[in-house]
Design a protein around this ligand. Structure first.
Ligand code: IVH
Length: 670
């Protein structure tokens, strides 16, 4: 083998390590996914042709080949302790007092605090800059060796970054928490259910289960991530503070949570806690509190530890998001398409600071599966803004009087027949004019992705339907101001606002219009597909079933549903009336493959609706490019939350700045 090949392989390994780091750790890729794949393919080809080139920490070697028989165990050099918990401000202040008394100090102490990740604790061992071992916390003294599984996590460096600021220790033990982000968790569960595999109860269980796979090829398919928050034994380097440890870990290529409160007083830490608690649902991962640590390592050593936990740290936990309560009764809610959703009415209980009195039970099969009965004591969970869910029944609390649930044979709202089709999990009310269905259809019609009528809230829609003012969404456009002003909790001003909002909404894209109609199986995405393909409402209404199924992504189910909708004379009449009322369909020019050709974007700050890598993919799909620094060649700077100096620079040299909404609008593909 020539020296050139050896050199090229080394170059590729280095480049791939670097781009892996830029993409997965910093979320600031410099090259496109396609380019990354090309480099990877080139290295794989070289290694296949010359197997002697393969090194254990080559970027190609993340996924191991053969499953293990069992996990070996390993003793931690320094025990992995747990933390003392605090649940209130008083306990935190008492902790501060205790620490200061121990140290004999009557002036304020400096703390560093960070999110407490709700995942699985691991230790990663690096020798001379190479990952040699990874283990679970186990009982704190010995853990299981899960090196092969940890290697599959792209956010874990196989080789440390060589930096001027930190010497690479001959041995470095890094501690961190492996977790699965919430959206990825939902997706993972969806895929599992599709494959008839049991869903994971929560992201933490999913992370733990994924790390405990004997076959690392399975682990490699799981969306695991990591934040590192500390060290075990370290040779050759002396750190002075916890903050310095975190900075060094970052410099060496580890993922460190960016939302850290560095070097602050205990009062500032309390403010930080409150802020994180309020905003915890905005984060893409689950946290269960804040870990407060004395920053100075000399003081940490003085403080030492008690039997299981250090004296210098405290976990200030968020209020629990799981609680037990009793199911008072189960009734059903009727949705837009007539679907009957069973709802559990609960004895009110505070979960994570919010009073919960209802939980969705999804459908009949779900109730059967979990065997939830009226009168049962149940464990409920509230995650993010989602509707609380019943996790399981505490069967030991059963007394024998609990009543199983039965789906009603008639609609509880209109009394019409309820049917359940064989291939479906849901039961439906067959009456399309059922007031519950009408209300839901109108709410959907006025919702954000549809006509987006500001001020058309649930209560207002309820009144309008109950009073017989609107029977279909077309009626909305024939409401007059006087009638509207006469409704409860309305007045001149709010009626005028509503009229204005409705007038404004009449200019609408075909895609939104189609979505607003509430055709079964036609969500926002399919509505876009239909609008893009048929280009006009007339053409869509005239499309035959064959023409519809010929469209990519449209199957027989959607096709049938669309046909049935437009063949229905009542629906035709409603559409005509909307047009009479002045609803006009904009012929919308969606973005295409060339829309952003030659345009360079710079991303700064965090976007609410997507990761940086997704934003990058969106730009690249439309022919644009993403660069990491602002120059006169930059066409747009997309500024998210907490933008950095790039925004200042853009303003300085007069580059067009887009906020998240404008960016999404610009890159929308019809
Ligand atoms: S420090 C001696 N920092 O919480 C200090 N722990 O109850 C030990 N955890 O087993 C840990 N996020 O799994 C620390 N930012 C963080 C953490 C964190 C999550 C977990 C860790 C540990 C448990 C302690």
């Amino acid at each position: 083998m020539s020296e050139d090949i050896r050199k090229r392989a080394a170059e590729l390994r280095e480049a791939l390590h670097r781009h892996n780091y830029l993409y997965y750790v910093l979320d600031e890729p410099e090259i496109s996914d396609a380019e990354y794949d090309r480099l990877m393919q080139e290295l794989i080809a070289l290694e296949t042709a010359h197997p002697e080139l393969i090194e254990p920490d080559s970027p190609t070697q993340r996924v191991g080949a053969l499953p293990l028989e069992k996990f070996e165990t390993v003793a931690h050099t320094i025990p992995m302790l747990s933390l003392e918990n605090a649940f209130g401000k008083e306990e935190v202040l008492a902790f501060d007092q205790r620490v200061r008394r121990f140290l004999n100090r009557d002036w304020p102490l400096v703390y560093t605090a960070e999110p407490k990740m709700d995942g699985v604790a691991v230790e990663l061992v690096y020798e001379n800059g190479r990952l040699v071992e990874a283990s679970t916390r186990g009982d704190g003294y010995t853990g299981e060796l899960i090196t092969l599984n940890i290697r599959t996590i792209k956010m874990v460096p196989l080789v440390l970054l060589d930096t001027v600021s930190v010497t690479i220790p001959s041995r470095l033990e890094v501690r961190g928490e492996v977790f699965i982000p919430v959206e990825a968790f939902k997706q993972l569960n969806k895929e599992r259910l599709d494959k008839d595999e049991p869903a994971f109860a929560n992201p933490r269980n999913a992370a733990a289960g994924s790390l405990r796979q004997l076959d690392s090829r399975i682990t490699a398919t799981r969306p695991l991530d990591i934040f590192c928050y500390g060290v075990g034994m370290v040779t050759d380097v002396e750190f002075a503070s916890h903050w310095e440890i975190l900075q060094s870990l970052k410099a060496l290529g580890f993922r460190v949570n960016p939302h850290i409160k560095a070097r602050a007083t205990i009062e500032e830490i309390l403010v930080y806690y409150k802020d994180l608690l309020d905003r915890r649902h905005e984060f893409p991962y689950e946290m269960d509190g804040v870990v407060i640590k004395v920053d100075d390592l000399a003081l940490q050593r003085k403080l030492g530890e008690k039997s299981r936990s250090p004296r210098w740290a405290l976990a200030y936990k968020f209020p629990a998001t799981q609680e037990t309560t009793r199911v008072v009764k189960i009734d059903v809610q009727v949705g837009r398409t007539g679907a009957l959703t069973p709802v559990a009415h609960l004895e009110p209980v505070s979960v994570g600071g919010v009073t919960v009195s209802r939980a969705t039970l999804h459908n009949e099969d779900e109730i059967k599966k979990k065997d939830i009965r009226m009168g049962d004591t149940v464990l409920i969970q509230r995650a993010g803004d989602v509707i609380p869910e019943v996790i399981k029944v505490i069967t030991t609390k059963r007394t024998g009087v609990e009543q199983p649930f039965r789906m009603p044979a008639t609609c509880p709202v209109c009394g019409a027949k309820v049917v359940r089709l064989e291939q479906e999990a849901v039961s439906r009310c067959v009456n399309a004019n059922c007031p519950a269905q009408v209300k839901e259809r109108i709410k959907h019609f006025a919702s954000k992705g549809a006509f987006d009528i500001d001020g058309m809230g649930d209560k207002l829609v309820g009144q309008m339907v109950d009073k017989g003012l609107v029977k279909s969404y077309a009626d909305l456009f024939f409401l007059d101001k006087a009638t509207t002003a006469g409704l409860e909790r309305m007045g001149e001003k709010s009626a005028q606002n509503l009229m204005d909002a409705m007038a404004k909404s009449k200019q609408i894209s075909l895609a939104r219009f189609v979505y607003a109609l509430g055709i079964r199986h036609v969500g926002e995405h399919i509505a876009h597909v239909l609008a893009r393909t048929f280009e006009s409402l007339k053409a869509l209404m005239a499309a035959t079933a064959e023409e519809l199924v010929a469209v990519d992504e449209i199957g027989p189910q959607v096709s049938q549903s669309v046909r049935a909708f437009f063949e229905n004379p009542e629906n035709q009449r409603n559409i005509e009336r909307m047009v009479e009322a002045g609803v006009t369909l904009e012929t919308e020019e969606g973005a295409t493959k060339e829309t952003l050709a030659g345009k360079t974007f710079v991303l700064t700050g965090a976007l609410d609706s997507m990761m940086r890598s997704q934003a990058k993919a969106r730009i690249e799909a439309l022919g644009g490019k993403v660069s990491s620094s602002v120059s006169r060649k930059t066409a747009y700077v997309v500024a998210g939350k907490d933008p950095g100096s790039k925004l200042d620079k853009a303003k300085e040299i007069g580059i067009k700045i887009l906020d998240e909404k404008e960016f999404i609008e610009m890159t929308r593909t019809k």
